[in-house]
Each structure stands twice: as C-alpha cells, then as structure tokens.
Design a protein around this ligand. Structure first.
Ligand code: SF4
Ligand code: SF4
Length: 214
C-alpha cells in the first residue's frame, strides 16, 4: 500500500491537511471545495485560478496560478477575484494604428509610474512594466510580442495602483499587430519544408512500426 505524506496548508484562512505532491487546485478537490469559480483550463493557459501565496519565512506574498503550483508545508493560499473593470470595446481601426489608437481606449496607460508591481505579480514572468513603457513609446509590434504568453489572469491590473490594465492594452496591441503587421510564421514554414524534403522520414517510419511486433 502506498501511503502519501500530508502537508499542512492554510486555505482562505482555514487550516487543512492535504496530501503532498498535488497542486492547489487538486487540494481544493481533495477538501471537497466547490470550484465553480476560479477554475478553468487546468493547464496554466486561461488565467482563471489566480492565488496569492506565502510560505513560512517568506517576507512578501507571491502570486501564482493554482493549477500550476504545488502545495507545500505551511503554504498559505488565498484565491483572488479578477479585475472587475469593464472591458473597453476596442474595434480595429480603418487605418494603420499608432499608440494614439490604443490610448483612446486605454488612456490610463499614460499614468504609469514605473513601480514594477505588475512585472512582479505576473505568473507568466512577463516584464509587464516594460510592455507598458514600450506602448508609451509607440512600439506596437514590440508590445504585441511581449504579451504573447499572457494568459489574461488580470493580476497586473489588480496590483496596479494607477488603475492601468496592462493585459488589456497588450491584448489590443496583439490584435492590432495581427491585423496590420502580420508576420510569416517562419519556424512553421521551415518545419513544413523539412517534412516535405523527407528530413524526418526515418523517424516517421520508426513511429509507424510502434506496436506492430507486439
Ligand atoms: S503596476 Fe501600474 S504603475 Fe506600476 S509599472 Fe505596472 S502599469 Fe506602471
Ligand atoms: S500580463 Fe497580466 S494578465 Fe497577462 S499573465 Fe501577466 S499578470 Fe496575467
């Protein structure tokens, strides 16, 4: 019989024992908690399960996605609600966009005081503050690239004292870049060419043999 060890955690202020080597979301399930909110893809891609955590001896709390973070002895976890601000209806413009295109929907972006809180909070390790500063310089394509791995978890907006919503601004920049400066997917095109030239023929034949001699 496999006996799993347990760890003590504090979840939204209540003390619990849960098995070790599971994620915070799995700990919620283990405790029979209803997960109608704060849960989504379970793969770290949707940003629904944002938590603030602190381990014993840690001076400052950390932010994380609960589906990606493992429980640990003494871990203190609180689930966060997302950014409640209304989403701007920002259509694509008829002409090539500039930073003014973005600022008409997200004017608060100009209030950035470069405190860095958004970068510290981002569970995707995006330098969010750099993205905001790049938008102020009008580097739309650079901003779009920087926010490529954003999962819209809202944390950068939640922690911003200037009420800026960096991820929404970044998402709009991605839409604008896609519509006005589409780039060829060079890696994909290279791979298609390699496949067409039979570069992986031997490996493919090996794969096709799997299970045939069982
Ligand atoms: S938290 Fe807000 S004010 Fe601070 S760097 Fe980020 S966007 Fe600027
Ligand atoms: S940029 Fe903001 S919304 Fe996107 S992953 Fe980072 S903290 Fe979350």
């Amino acid at each position: 019989m496999i006996i799993s060890r347990s760890v003590a955690i504090t979840l939204d202020g209540e003390a619990h024992q849960v098995p070790e080597a599971i994620t915070i979301i799995q700990a919620m399930w283990h405790l029979g908690r209803s997960m109608e909110k704060n849960i989504g893809c379970l793969g770290g891609a949707c940003g629904a399960c944002v938590v603030v955590t602190r381990l014993p001896g840690q001076m400052l709390p950390h932010t994380a996605l609960a589906c990606q973070m493992m429980v640990a002895e003494g871990l203190n976890v609180s689930f966060l609600q997302g950014d409640p601000s209304q989403k701007a209806l920002a259509p694509l413009p008829a002409e090539s966009p500039s930073r003014e295109t973005v600022f008409q929907y997200y004017p608060e972006t100009k209030r950035c005081v470069a405190c860095g809180a958004c970068t510290t909070a981002c569970p995707q390790k995006i330098d969010v503050m750099a993205g905001v500063r790049e938008m102020m310089m009008g580097d739309l394509a650079v901003v779009a690239e920087r926010f490529t791995t954003c999962v819209s978890c809202d944390l950068c907006a939640v922690v911003c004292e200037s009420r800026i919503r960096p991820y929404r601004m970044g998402l709009y920049a991605r839409r604008l870049a896609g519509a006005f400066h589409p780039q060829k997917p060079l890696q994909l095109l290279n791979r298609i060419e390699e496949i067409a030239s039979d570069k992986f023929k031997a490996e493919w034949e090996d794969v096709m043999q799997v299970g045939k001699n069982v």
